[in-house]
Ligand binder design. Structure first.
Ligand SMILES: *[C@@H]1O[C@H](CO)[C@@H](O)[C@H](O)[C@H]1NC(C)=O
Ligand SMILES: *[C@@H]1O[C@H](CO)[C@@H](O)[C@H](O)[C@H]1NC(C)=O
Ligand SMILES: *[C@@H]1O[C@H](CO)[C@@H](O)[C@H](O)[C@H]1NC(C)=O
Ligand SMILES: *[C@@H]1O[C@H](CO)[C@@H](O)[C@H](O)[C@H]1NC(C)=O
Length: 740
């Protein structure tokens, strides 16, 4: 694309920039952030201001840092609130050695505050730093209250995020719209999924499952959404609101008997009681009616910043591959948007193109991308660290795009990262011939794991070039994290970097497929891309560092996490032993290996996880309960949450996709089913009868279901000492146990 055309395209995007009049508000928002982060007294040593004119000529966010030293305040200036917050974090991280993290921030400030010898100026290489995935709202945010949201929006600001979904409360608006259209309350209740599955209802993949939504849910989410929007806007972030993508409840066909709808295929092994959504035909007069009504009601309630998300064919094969159909279906969504907001820009998740590449040939992709005027569609290249789409589509055929790291699926625990691909990816996309890249993004399905990967990606949003030396970078990451430089801890991180975090980008993804968290069978693939000895050695090194670092919350988290990973590796190794023993019909060896998994490793893992409130099923479920206004509702939310963690659907439809390693879940779900499996194998060898997987699955399902519906309450207070437990396990299981 010629530079002039690109400039026009990107010109549209600049419409969404904040105005000069907001400078005071953004300054105040960042000042309050400093107080929340550091406390009122230390905050007095920081002078924050937001000045629009600091932006580059191209309008890119910029911050300037100066001052510090004895008696001199640190001056943080930014072109927006977000830029100022990012500047503040740059200072805290690179000059004070601090870290803000999900697992516990390290904010010990050196005194006096380190001086900047000369003013430091940094501009972002791109217009946008994006955050979230539609799925993050279900896997991670679903039960959050305002206190937790506030913390996350602070994290976003400090990492310079300026574009993010603001997806809460949309069902309350949809309910209003459906009532206006003449649907009954019971028809609406039958349509919505439960809270833990709304992400897929919003993309038209699912309906009904896990519902209905209680009245109180809508009220609470509306309240939250207002606070989220206020705060995001106060920082100068652009909240992305939802728009109508074409999916409608079945009852629309009762209200409009003449309406032209298509039924899409089933999704995620759900039958048509829960999937096979209805999609309005483009060209049907009801399409603009619903699309504009929804957006009008939405804007009336929430205001707008002119960027809207909508996904019509996410993991859903369109009924026709005819480009003219795809163009019409896409144009209908866009036209409904601009009929209400002439400045609308559509944010599209590009996931579909790489998810079903056999359907989405060049003609089909072009049909979608070119149905919207250039610059009015902003595409998220969602899984760019592994399956970038921009390369095959000549930069999305001229539409601007955001290079996103997806990294995590289902909010699984499990150490994983493709750090090299992440580090190199954004620059490669930026210098791609005729690139239309306008930003970088962080788009995990679930958060609260593998923080190092997110720290790197956030930093890349403010770098023109990759980090020159990841070994140096990760060593500094460790010292910021723990508040001191410890050679063993840093060596541990370098080992993790070259092993679990060195996944070849295109080969694997962050989905934990360890036997530990999978429904047992003889077919589980235990091959990993790294040398397991590196993980065991990192475990040893963290334990040797432990006496110096036990007061660090993040260290305790990491020691637990690496011990957890080591146990996961051991489960894989003993699973292999058990499988070989079974194949060779050696009952004794099978009983031994099976016994180690089910009676030693899994109980030990549960005990270890129980020592930290961040790894408790009880903590997880209490968040869900806290959203309820009655005991019935609390149980309903818990049930939603437990289904999501395990069977996902009524019959194990997306079984264990959102697996986690939490105390309670390991002891009462993963462990009993491995117990049953090993018994079935032993029975088969002892009696000389074949082992039948489908029979085992019939028998294990009641066990899995019982875990979900048994209404057991789990503790939300930790028990035991992580360091002691880790050491005990090390002495028992580590290949070099004698060396500690
Ligand atoms: C980039 O755009 C120019 C001008 O339109 C065109 O001549 C050139 O072939 C393009 N390069 C690539 C690699 O697409
Ligand atoms: C779909 O599955 C559910 C749960 O297993 C079952 O109750 C329902 O009858 C099924 N619906 C159809 C249309 O098969
Ligand atoms: C760890 O603590 C020990 C004992 O207090 C001390 O001798 C050692 O220097 C510390 N190590 C580091 C890296 O600070
Ligand atoms: C794995 O690491 C261990 C310990 O560092 C080493 O002895 C072994 O040779 C490595 N194995 C492979 C396949 O690289």
């Amino acid at each position: 694309m010629e530079a002039a055309v690109l400039a026009v395209a990107l010109g549209f995007l600049l419409l969404a920039r904040g105005s000069v009049g907001d400078e005071a508000r953004e300054t105040e928002a960042v000042r309050q952030l400093v107080v929340r982060l550091l406390g009122p007294e230390p905050a007095a040593d920081f002078l924050v201001s937001v000045e629009r004119e600091l932006a580059t000529e191209a309008g890119l966010d910029t911050y300037k840092l100066s001052g510090g030293g004895s008696g001199i305040p640190v001056r943080v200036r930014g072109s927006t609130g977000v830029a100022a917050a990012a500047g503040l974090y740059r200072y805290l991280r690179d000059f004070c050695g601090c870290q803000v993290a999900w697992s516990g921030s390290q904010l010990r400030l050196p005194r006096p505050l380190p001086a900047l010898l000369q003013e430091l100026t940094e501009a972002t290489p791109n217009r946008y730093r994006y955050y979230q995935n539609v799925c993050t709202h279900s896997y991670s945010f679903v039960w959050w209250d305002w206190a937790r949201w506030e913390q996350e929006i602070d994290w976003m600001a400090l990492n310079g995020i300026n574009l993010a979904l603001a997806w809460s409360g949309q069902e309350a608006i949809w309910q209003r719209v459906y009532l206006i259209l003449g649907l009954t309350q019971s028809e609406i209740d039958k349509h919505f999924t439960g809270p833990a599955f709304l992400a897929w209802e919003r993309m038209g993949n699912l309906h009904t499952w896990g519902g209905p939504l209680p009245r109180s849910w809508h009220l609470k989410q509306l309240y939250l959404q207002h606070r989220i929007l206020d705060r995001m806007r106060a920082f100068g972030m652009i909240p992305v609101l939802p728009a109508f993508a074409g999916h409608v409840p079945k009852a629309i066909t009762r209200v409009f008997p003449q309406v032209n709808v298509f039924q899409l295929g089933s999704w995620g092994h759900f039958n048509c009681s829960y999937s096979c959504s209805f999609l309005l035909a483009p060209g049907d007069p009801v399409f603009p009616l619903i699309g504009s009504l929804f957006l009008r009601e939405l804007i009336k309630e929430f205001g707008t910043d002119h960027i809207y998300g909508a996904d019509t064919f996410n993991e859903m094969q369109p009924i026709s591959s005819d480009p003219s159909f795809l163009t019409a279906a896409t144009a209908a969504v866009y036209e409904a948007m601009i009929s209400v907001d002439p400045d609308a820009i559509w944010l599209l998740q590009g996931w579909l193109f790489q998810h079903q590449p056999q359907f989405w040939g060049p003609a089909q992709v072009k049909a979608v991308l070119q149905a919207v005027p250039r610059g009015r569609l902003l595409v998220l290249d969602l899984f760019a660290e592994s399956h970038p789409v921009y390369m095959q589509t000549a930069s999305f055929y001229g539409q601007p795009f955001i290079w996103c790291m997806l990294h995590n699926f289902g909010g699984n625990h499990g150490l994983f990262g493709a750090l090299e691909a992440v580090n190199q990816g954004p620059r490669a996309a930026r210098i791609f011939p005729n690139s239309t890249m306008v930003g970088t993004g962080i788009a995990p399905e679930g958060i609260g794991q593998n923080e190092m990967v997110y720290a790197l990606m956030a930093e890349l949003g403010w770098r023109k070039d990759p980090v020159p030396d990841l070994e140096v970078w990760v060593s500094r990451f460790a010292s910021h994290r723990y508040g001191m430089s410890h050679p063993d801890a840093e060596a541990a991180w370098r080992l993790l970097l070259r092993s679990v975090y060195n996944c070849p980008g295109e080969t694997y993804n962050g989905h934990n497929r360890s036997p530990l968290v999978k429904r047992p069978s003889l077919q589980i693939n235990t091959i990993v891309w790294y040398n397991r000895s590196d993980v065991f050695e990192a475990w040893r090194l963290l334990l040797t560092a432990a006496p110096n670092l036990t007061t660090s919350k993040a260290f305790r988290y990491d020691l637990l996490d690496v011990t957890r990973q080591s146990l996961q590796e051991l489960v894989s190794l003993f699973y292999e032993e058990a499988r070989i023993a079974f194949m060779k019909e050696e009952l004794d060896l099978l009983l031994r290996a099976g016994g180690i998994i089910t009676r030693k490793l899994l109980p030990a893992l549960d005990e270890l996880l129980a020592s930290d409130s961040r790894f408790l099923l009880g903590t997880w479920l209490n968040q869900a309960r806290a959203m309820a206004v009655s005991e019935d509702e609390a149980q309903f939310y818990e049930l939603n949450s437990l289904y999501q963690l395990t069977l996902w659907g009524p019959e194990g439809n997306i079984m264990d996709y959102a697996n986690k390693q939490l105390a309670g879940l390991v002891a009462d779900y993963y462990q009993p089913r491995w117990g049953l499996f090993m018994e079935a194998l032993a029975h088969s060898l002892a009696r000389g009868v074949p082992f039948r997987q489908h029979e085992f699955e019939k028998n294990v399902f009641p066990l899995e279901l019982a875990f979900i519906i048994n209404k057991k309450r789990y503790p939300s207070h930790p028990q035991g000492d992580t360091v002691d437990l880790s050491k005990k396990l090390f002495l028992k299981y580590h290949p070099q146990a004698g060396s500690l």
